[in-house]
Design a protein around this ligand. Sequence first.
Ligand code: ADE
Length: 248
Amino acid sequence: MNFHVMTLFPEMINEGLSASIMGRASERGYISVNAINIRDYSADIKHHKVDDYTYGGGAGMLMQAQPIYDCYKDIEKKIIDSGAKKHRVIYVTPQGSVFNQKMAAELAKESDLVFLCGHYEGVDERVLEEIVTDYVSIGDYVLTGGELPAMVMIDAIARLVPGVLNNDESASTESHSNYLLEYPQYSRPEEWMGKKVPEILLSGDHKKVDEWRLEKAIERTRQRRPDLYEKWILENPPAPPKKKRKKS
Ligand code: ADE
């Protein structure tokens, strides 16, 4: 999976995604993260300007269409030359659909994803109309730029790409994979600050452990995320009580 990020701050992307699991995944070739500086495509040779005032007035500057478009065309050419048939272009914006695990799983199937990170008061609408396929937000709050949201999405998508996680970092049983939050977990020592690890987890009975974990996951989801619990219960309705047969 190749991530291409159009940004005014490539160092943020490179530093943020080169440590830990993302760094390892890049080194091993499961993903590539290519941060491209939009400023390098400015037609203003002298000052490399990429923003200007907004028509109609209003506070702040707007990112201009031309540098973003030229930057994108360069990326598009590289993707096409590499043999990829299609790619999606994601504009990270608080005006987009809110990102979730389902979207991450869907996007993880793509071979190339292009992210556009906005800054200042936004981006000239015309270039968005021309290049963007998806408008995505990471939540109902406003950040100073699109780099952090792009990194959040890239991390969540990349860890679903086969090979990125080791077996012991498995992505399938964790929170949000099936609407349920993850059950509580414990490591050594068996007792800490007077708190004991639940007996059942020491029993070695895998069936009982699985049942306990499911029960705790359901309980935790109901308490902390009633909205998710509602979705889970719709897909997993409790079995109706068995009717007693009347004797004839
Ligand atoms: N840019 C600024 N705030 C954002 C958000 N919440 N999601 C995506 N991009 C953003």
